[in-house]
Ligand binder design. Structure first.
Ligand code: MEV
Length: 445
């Protein structure tokens, strides 16, 4: 390993941005060029750049990802222009193609099953559990009453703490209990609200055990291990689906509608049975969901973690989609939990997030859940349609062509000529290289 990567550096976080950049650039092969390139991604408006810098720590520059759109996505009878931030070629194209395919078949449908979020105080307490359970209603009242300074604003917006239960976990770990709370955080993702409530709950619990007359001296201490929201929110759930008579599916690459539906059903079934396929199947769903979640300034790691846990809720990791072919109808449904927000967080701070939300008509958090889920279904439908007909590579490599051309530093003229050429030929890394080499040996394509 190169020595410069193993030298520890003291006080890096206290250095100025310029000093950090100098230091990091000095680790690279061409420090002057690297520094100029890092700076090349700075926003032209210094106050915007400062805001972007302050989203994170030790920020040196911005990292550019494509911001694209899916036009004409028909969802619940509304047409949306859906913003997607994603680095992978063909994802936006696949979602757009699915949006077009379903646009004359009623479009996509979506509904919120529920929008409840969860948080827990995990604590160890070695006392008489029956007495704790007996007097828990008294603690519960205090948990609600003594957190109004945190909850009153949320309550005015129609949300707040919905319920708190005491969960006895002693069969798993000696003395282990939880305060498990359910929250409605309205249009915010709610992480700060929930965590603030939980940390207050922990203190209220400790104070109550100290003071309440029901406990013996050796029962007065709760060891609070942690207070934190759960990113697993199975009750914050959206359902989205497409539906049409099987015969309306039409002919796909020479395959009649019935054969296509049969093959599609088998593909979904494989993703129910086989964990390797289920993972890739669901990854394709998250291609769409994550891209919308990122564009709208939400936490895609939380959404992914939650979705994958939900996919394993029956004790086995399975497809998040289900296909029903009964009564001659093709009904394809995705059910996925996700906690999204349209207020707070980055929603007013990131300039592109502001535009993304405006483009979507300033949706509520629930509407955004529907849009993100439906984009995930659009991507998954597109992937399965390709996989069960032409195979994925035909379309994928066509979309990837520009990346390959850029890899070989193709000029604009070479790119235009190559795009024409590959309308008739199969794209591969080698075929692009060979074509460029042949042109470059005998210039002008
Ligand atoms: C690629 O990003 C996603 C797919 O692999 C999804 C799938 O196989 O269903 C095409």
């Amino acid at each position: 390993m190169n020595e410069r990567f193993i030298k520890a550096i003291e006080g890096f976080s206290k250095a100025s941005k310029e000093q950090k950049l100098d230091y990091v650039a000095s680790l690279l092969s061409n420090p002057t060029q690297a520094k100029a390139d890092f700076k090349g991604f700075w926003h032209s408006d210094s106050s915007t750049q400062q805001r972007l810098d302050e989203f994170s720590e030790n920020t040196l520059t911005n990292f550019a990802f494509p911001f694209g759109v899916v036009p004409n996505l028909l969802l619940n009878n509304h047409l949306y222009m859906v913003p997607m931030v994603i680095e992978e070629s063909s994802v936006v194209a696949a979602a757009s193609k699915s949006a077009k395919f379903w646009s004359d078949k009623g479009g996509f449908h979506a509904e919120i099953v529920d929008a409840v979020k969860i948080g827990q105080v995990h604590f160890i307490w070695n006392g008489r559990a029956d007495i704790l359970k007996l007097h828990f209603p008294e603690l519960k009242r205090l948990l609600f009453e003594n957190t109004t300074h945190i909850t009153s604003n949320m309550q005015q917006r129609g949300g707040g703490i919905l319920d708190v239960e005491l969960v006895d976990m002693r069969t798993e770990e000696p003395g282990y209990f939880q305060l498990k709370a359910r929250f409605n955080t309205c249009d915010s993702m709610g992480a700060n609200f929930i965590n603030s409530c939980l940390e207050e709950f922990a203190q209220i619990l400790k104070d109550w055990l100290q003071d309440a007359p029901h406990f013996e001296p050796n029962e007065r201490e709760a060891h609070v291990i942690m207070s934190i929201l759960s990113n697993y929110t199975p009750e914050c759930l959206v359902r989205t689906w497409v539906q049409c008579p099987i015969s309306d599916l039409g002919v796909h690459e020479g395959m009649d509608a019935e054969t296509f539906a049969w093959k599609f059903q088998k593909a979904v079934r494989v993703a129910e049975i086989d964990v390797h396929r289920a993972t890739t199947h669901n990854k394709g769903i998250f291609n769409g969901i994550d891209a919308v979640v990122l564009a709208t300034g939400n936490d895609f790691r939380a959404v992914e973690a939650c979705g994958h846990t939900y996919a394993a809720r029956n004790g086995r990791y399975q497809s998040l989609t289900k296909l029903d072919l009964s009564n001659g109808m093709f009904t394809y449904t995705l059910e996925v939990p996700m906690a999204l927000g349209v207020v707070g967080g980055l929603t007013t701070l990131h300039p592109m997030v502001v535009y993304a939300l405006e483009l979507l008509g300033k949706p509520s958090a629930e509407e955004l859940m529907c849009i993100a889920a439906c984009t995930g279904l659009a991507n998954n439908f597109g992937a399965l349609r390709s996989l069960t007909t032409t195979g994925i590579q035909k379309g994928h490599m066509k979309m990837h062509l520009l990346n390959i051309l850029n890899h070989f530093h193709a000029t604009d003229a070479e790119k235009a000529a190559a795009v024409e050429h590959f309308k008739q030929h199969k794209v591969s890394f080698n075929s692009v290289r060979e074509l460029l080499e042949s042109w470059r040996q005998a210039p002008t394509p």
